[in-house]
Design a protein around this ligand. Sequence first.
Ligand code: NAI
Length: 328
Amino acid sequence: TRTPVNVTVTGAAGQIGYALLFRIASGHLLGADVPVSLRLLEIPQGLKAAEGTAMELDDAAFPLLRGIEITDDPNTAFDGANVALLVGARPRTKGMERGDLLEANGGIFKPQGKAINDHAADDIKVLVVGNPANTNALIAQSAAPDVPADRFTAMTRLDHNRAIAQLAKRTGAQVSDIKRLTIWGNHSATQYPDIFHAEVAGKNAAEVVNDEQWLADTFIPTVAKRGAAIIEARGASSAASAASAALDHVHTWVNGTADGDWTSMGIVSDGSYGVPAGLISSFPVTTENGSFEIVQGLEINEFSRPRIDASVQELAEERDAVRALGLI
Ligand code: NAI
C-alpha cells in the first residue's frame, strides 16, 4: 500500500475548511487512489471545533483517510507536509485599513512560512487561499528561503472557474467546452479575466462573444465582484466553491493540465508579460508531473494590457507595503 500523503490545512475549523476536508479525505485533492493523512492547524479558539470536524471525518469512514492530527503549533502542523493549504487568515473587519490587514496577516503567514521552511517535506506544495491571498503567499514564500519559490502559489482558480461559468452561460456552451481562459494579476477586484485566447468548443471565445461592451461592463465586473455578490445573496462568503477551486488547483498542479488547455494560478513571476519578477501574480500555466510553466508568447492586445497592468500595479503596492512593514 502507498504511503499516505501528508496534507496540512490551516483554518480547518472555518467554513472553507468544513467544505474542503471531506473532499480531501474522499480523494478529490490528489486522486481516488492516493491515501492522505491530515494535519489540521487552528488557533487555540478553533481547536475544539476542529476536533468536532475530525469526529465527523472519522464517522465518514473514508478508506483513503489514514490519520488526523489537530494542533495549534505550526511546527507540528507542517512537519513532513507534502501539501499545505493555507486557508486560515485574518479577515478585514469594519474600518480596518489595508496596512492593518497586511500586518495582521503577516503575523500569520510569516511564521507559517518559516515553519514550512524548517519542517515540511522536500516536495512541499503550498496553496494560499486566505486573503489577501497573493500577498500572503509572498510573505510565506519570503520566510522560506530554503524552499524553491515556485512551491508557493496563491488561489485564483475560483476566479478562473467563475469566468468559465459566466462564459458558458453567455455562449450556451458547456463548461467543459471552454478552454484556455486566463485570470491575470491579483485575486481582488482588479483581477483581469481574459477571454481573448480562450476557446469555446474550439472557436476563439472573443470572436464567439463578439461584444467588447459586454466584456467590459458585464463579464469582467461579474467575475471580479462575484465574491461580494455571494455574500449579499448567501449572507456568508463563498465557501464550497472556494473549497472546490482549492481542490482543482492542487489536483491540476499534481496531475497536469489537459493537452491544449491551461489553468490560472498565482505564482512567483519570472518577469513574463511585464509582471515584475518576484511578485505572486496570476498567469496562464500548464502543469505536468507536479511542476508548471507559464504559457509563453500570447499576444496581449490593447484591451488587455492596461487591465493586466492595473492589477499588477496593485500587487506591487501590496508588496511595497509589506516590505515597509518588515514582513518580507
Ligand atoms: P472562516 O473565518 O470561516 O475560517 C477561518 C478559520 O481560520 C477560522 O476557523 C480561524 O480560527 C482560522 N485561523 C485564523 N488564524 C489562523 C492561524 N493563524 N492559524 C490557523 N488557523 C487560523 O473563513 P473562511 O470562509 O473559511 O475563509 C478563509 C479565508 O479564505 C478568508 O481569508 C477568505 O477571505 C479566503 N477566501 C479566499 C478565496 C480565494 O479565491 N482566494 C475565496 C474565498 C475565501
